[in-house]
Design a protein around this ligand. Structure first.
Ligand SMILES: *Cc1c(COP(=O)(O)O)cnc(C)c1O
Length: 392
């Protein structure tokens, strides 16, 4: 056990073999496309450098990172680990920071451009640049509007040091069931094809077309094009459990968030728990203290509901949080037995893979997302940096 793990009674264990199996699963969904591994936001909270190195070993030759600062750090980490030939694509250009652009290009990072101004800033460095032109086909976020895209492509085609290696976009509703979402997605595909035609008409050649993230890969096989971008599926979670639950897609959740019980005690009926006394013991019963709180990214919205499994000498107890989440801790209900049902040091699993023998039957990130009114993406990504990550 590392010193950090010894001193911090909670940890997130990341299963890198399961990551590799999820990567294989992604390849089954999109067998003919190049796969970009998305490791933005510290690899969705899983620890970017470890995930990036594992993806490089699993055969990924390009990784995607939204923020340039993270991309630069990852470039150094990959180079140091001997993965110099793994490309990095970064799609959020900081405003008015020419030094950052120079640094990015010197570090061989592929950039995205949505405006002619961004293209000019890239061209003005005089450094050879690999650039992906972005079209906003309906997400309404970054990207040139379909009306502006032809001018963007024309401008790029006239810039000597700008090599357009990609034309790309992003779906807004490819995970959703229902006709309306399907129509919106098909419309995005049409606008994407128009943009690709405009790029070709501008004289651009040899670029890769990419629009599909995990959901697009699974549910829109016609939108795989040359490259797909693997995100949440790599981490073993469904892009939309209300459409298809994680385990039904053949993914394995790779993060297990666990902690050790710090205290177990019996309280009388009527005892309230935590700030505001929002939960009151209905009978004389046992409570357990879990050393994780909102300072670790445990959502306060999970009060009185966040599910856990406690692995005791006698077996598993499936229960839930009672009262409000504090900064470093929360309390769970351990029931009414005469004897203490659990002991200090027993392992509490908040979420993980319920099919793993070690964490059989545990809750999932999807369960936490449900009680906190959010999505599984946020549950794993918001996990605090101070929670030690262990890799198995
Ligand atoms: C996050 C992201 C992805 C990956 O999305 P998933 O739904 O996690 O697969 C792909 N492309 C872009 C531009 C993204 O921001």
């Amino acid at each position: 056990m590392s010193e950090q793990l010894a001193h911090y009674p909670a940890s997130a264990t990341i299963n890198l073999e399961a990551l590799t199996r999820n990567a294989k699963r992604m390849r089954q969904f999109a067998p003919n496309a190049r796969h970009m591994g998305i490791v933005k936001a510290d690899a969705y909270g899983h620890g970017r450098t470890s995930i990036a190195a594992a993806l490089a070993k699993a055969g990924y030759d390009i990784l995607g990172i939204a923020q340039l600062g993270e991309a630069l750090k990852e470039r150094r980490a990959l180079d140091a680990a001997g993965h110099k030939n793994v490309a990095i694509f970064s799609w959020m250009l900081p405003p008015a920071d020419e030094k950052a652009i120079q640094e990015a290009l010197a570090a061989r990072i592929e950039l995205s451009a949505s405006t002619i101004d961004q293209l000019e800033r890239i061209a003005n460095t005089g450094i050879e640049a690999r650039v992906h032109l972005k079209v906003d086909t309906g997400m309404g976020r970054g990207g040139a509007t379909p009306a502006d895209f032809p001018a963007l492509a024309n401008a790029a085609s006239r810039m000597e040091t700008v090599n357009v290696v990609g034309v790309w976009s992003h779906f807004a509703r490819a995970d959703e069931l229902g006709e309306e979402a399907r129509a919106a997605t098909l419309k995005q595909i049409q606008l994407f094809e128009d943009a690709v035609s405009a790029a070709t008409e501008a004289g651009l050649t040899g670029f890769q077309r990419h629009i599909a993230a995990t959901s697009g890969q699974i549910w829109y096989p016609e939108a795989h094009y040359d490259m797909v971008r693997d995100g949440i599926g790599l981490y073993g979670l469904s892009p939309d459990p209300s459409n298809t639950p994680t385990l039904d897609l053949g993914f394995e959740p790779i993060m297990t968030l666990g902690a050790r019980l710090l205290q177990v005690k019996q309280v009388e009926a009527g005892q309230t728990v935590s700030y505001g006394g929002t939960w009151q013991a209905p009978t004389r019963r046992w409570l357990g203290l879990v050393p994780l709180g909102y300072g670790d990214g445990i959502p306060r919205h999970a009060q009185n509901a966040g599910p856990v499994s406690v692995y005791t000498a006698a077996g598993r107890i499936d229960t839930h949080m009672v009262g409000r989440v504090c900064m470093d801790q929360f309390v769970i209900d351990l029931g009414e037995s005469d004897e203490a049902p659990a002991a200090v040091g027993d392992e509490v699993v908040l979420f993980g893979n319920p099919n793993n023998p070690d964490t059989k039957g545990c809750p999932t990130a999807d369960d936490w997302a449900d009680v906190a009114g959010t999505i599984n993406y946020e549950i794993v990504t918001r996990l605090g940096a101070r929670v030690p990550r262990a890799y198995s």
